[in-house]
Design a protein around this ligand. Structure first.
Ligand code: ADP
Ligand code: MG
Length: 228
């Protein structure tokens, strides 16, 4: 069953700017999908529609067969628990340790202290950051901070992770570490949707690639390469 489906989706921003045009897209549960395209081609907008941060102007986006735009505002936080997010700028809380940053994602969803103390180390282990649990973001490298962001996204056990240029601020070694982690998380069952400019990554991944150009899907290849 598709986990996400775009049906004739267009997105027009104020001023009549068309960011996405008639997108039809089916994403199966468990896929690792890369979205490529020049700056301004609509990659972030597509991810924002999934996270319900923006709404389609036409058409519908379905999550597990439910139209996202039909979800009551009050229920959006519950819906969003299905979707973990990772961005280019890490957005960690500077006054909290790595552990606390990850734990914070749980505290806002009323988990008990016991559950938090069990879950957080488990997730930090997955991203290989248990030994840095007590460090503050400023004491961590960019790659390490991004691993904490991944842990923070993972800790609520989302079905999908959307990663918007997650390696945009990282050197090649850290970039590849983050991609390896995304692959590992994918192999554990989480659907991954990665928007990236990085040709190297996409070519090495050899997974499904969608290319956007001026808001349209111009290519959708199962074992794609970057070339746009
Ligand atoms: P990408 O992530 O591929 O760089 P975006 O989805 O961010 O592309 O943007 C697609 C187009 O929509 C761009 O031309 C951008 O300027 C425009 N856009 C994005 N967000 C807004 C907004 N909130 N208001 C108006 N235009 C926007
Ligand atoms: Mg973008």
């Amino acid at each position: 069953m598709p986990i996400l489906k775009f049906e004739n989706v267009s997105k027009t921003y104020p001023g009549n700017f068309i960011a996405l045009e008639e997108i039809n897209l089916v994403i199966e549960s468990g896929e690792f999908l890369s979205i490529v395209g020049h700056s301004g081609s609509g990659k972030s907008t597509l991810l924002k529609l999934i996270y319900a941060e923006e709404q389609a102007s036409e058409g519908h986006v379905y999550f597990n067969d439910r139209a996202i735009d039909s979800i009551n505002r009050k229920h959006l936080p519950y819906y969003r628990r299905n979707i973990g997010t990772v961005f280019q700028d890490f957005k960690l809380l500077p006054q909290k340790t790595a552990f606390e940053n990850v734990a914070y994602a749980l505290e806002v969803s009323d988990e008990t202290e016991e559950e938090i103390n069990e879950l957080v180390p488990e997730i930090l282990e997955i991203v290989g950051m248990n030994d840095k649990a007590k460090k503050y973001p400023r004491q961590l490298s960019g790659g390490e901070q991004q691993k904490i962001c991944l842990a923070r996204a993972l800790v609520r056990k989302p079905m999908v992770i959307i990663a918007d240029e997650p390696t945009g601020n990282l050197d090649p070694v850290a970039t590849w570490e983050i991609i390896q982690l995304l692959l590992k998380i994918n192999s554990m069952g989480t659907t991954i949707i990665l928007a990236t400019h990085n040709k190297d990554i996409v070519d090495k991944l050899n997974r499904r690639v969608i290319a956007l150009d001026k808001g349209k899907v111009i290519r959708d290849h199962q074992k794609g390469r970057y070339a746009i």
